[in-house]
Design a protein around this ligand. Structure first.
Ligand SMILES: NC(=O)c1ccc[n+]([C@@H]2O[C@H](COP(=O)([O-])OP(=O)(O)OC[C@H]3O[C@@H](n4cnc5c(N)ncnc54)[C@H](OP(=O)(O)O)[C@@H]3O)[C@@H](O)[C@H]2O)c1
Length: 295
């Protein structure tokens, strides 16, 4: 059986949906089973035949984390370590989600799994600690590093852009940070494949949308597709201005280069993400069908 931790979050909900559709048996918990306490986890696994613990829980408020190191560390580092310890004790493994923020973003070619981590933020630092502590506690575990995640079950860039484009007629979006948007449904499908046929020795894999864009490029694609699907008024033009990062200061330093190489994912697992723009179209189509144009 699979245990999904952080099941009420954006990715957790997406994963539970896919596991359910595929008939893969799972149990789901969220805050009520606080993974920062080892004793809580030990009590939970009693009498259950758990083979995989999937960690979708984390401290994800990147800017807030800069002033909240201890809480952030307890979720992003102690939590995964606890999960690893419990997994080892019961003969299970952990599938854990990490982030491009473990890198400093100073590269100019896609990051590979063997590149050294060098986080610049509290969030990135604690996520890097979590990866290492988990692998030490449960060496056969799998870490999937993703980036620029969006989906139906949480606040995200796509929903924010659509709202701003409905409200105004001009907005500025950062155009000097590069990455690849990742639809939570695509990541959840990849996670389900890892659970179905896991790599024998585990390891770190990069898992983000295919291709490269900027936040500005992402916003333009949302605008174009939003108009095409009737989510935005096609009679109203919205100017999307490219901004430098310096014009949009944030507490936490965002990596300028968040592009992750998926070569290992393809070679070792035979898995690929769709091009990010295709996934955006699928996401917006799905949301239009289920929620309607008021998204
Ligand atoms: N979002 C992104 O752009 C992005 C990018 C790269 C990587 N990631 C990684 O992707 C993963 C999933 O992110 P997400 O956006 O789906 O996160 P999310 O929506 O914030 O979901 C996290 C879930 O964990 C729960 N949780 C918080 N503290 C907990 C605790 N002590 N014990 C158990 N559950 C707890 C949260 O509850 P509350 O809502 O009540 O706090 C929430 O339901 C994370 O590992 C994140 O670091 C995200």
């Amino acid at each position: 059986m699979i245990w999904v931790v952080g099941a009420k979050g954006m990715l957790g909900q997406e994963l539970c949906g896919i596991l359910g559709k595929r008939g893969m048996s799972y149990v789901a918990t969220d805050r009520e089973t606080d993974f920062t306490f080892l004793s809580v986890l030990e009590a939970f696994v009693q009498g259950k035949a758990i083979e995989w613990i999937v960690n979708c829980a984390a401290y994800t408020a990147v800017d807030k984390a800069e002033d909240d190191l201890e809480v952030c560390r307890s979720l992003n580092a102690t939590g995964p370590k606890n999960l690893g310890q419990v997994a080892t004790r019961i003969g299970a493994r952990v599938l854990h989600i990490s982030t491009d923020y473990v890198f400093d973003g100073r590269a100019t070619v896609p990051y590979t799994e063997s590149d050294p981590v060098h986080p610049l933020t509290v969030y990135g630092q604690t996520k890097a600690e979590g990866e290492a502590l988990l692998m030490e506690a449960c060496p056969g575990s799998v870490v999937l590093r993703t980036a620029w995640l969006y989906g139906a079950h949480g606040p995200n860039f796509v929903a924010t852009m659509l709202r701003l484009m409905k409200e105004g007629d001009s907005l500025g979006v950062v155009a000097d940070q590069y990455g690849a948007p990742t639809w939570a449904a695509d990541l959840a499908s990849v996670m389900a494949e890892f659970l179905r046929r896991p790599p024998p020795n585990g390891g770190i894999f990069h898992a983000s949308g295919e291709g490269v864009t900027t936040w500005h490029g992402f916003a333009v694609a949302i605008y174009e597709e939003g108009r095409r699907l009737g989510l935005l008024d096609s009679a109203k033009a919205v100017e999307i201005r490219p901004l430098d990062t310096s014009a949009y200061p944030t507490k936490a330093h965002r990596p300028a280069w968040s592009v992750l190489s998926k070569a290992k994912l393809k070679q070792q697992m035979g898995l690929e993400f769709p091009p990010w723009k295709e996934s955006l179209k699928s996401y917006l189509r799905t949301v239009t069908e289920t929620v309607g144009p008021q998204i």
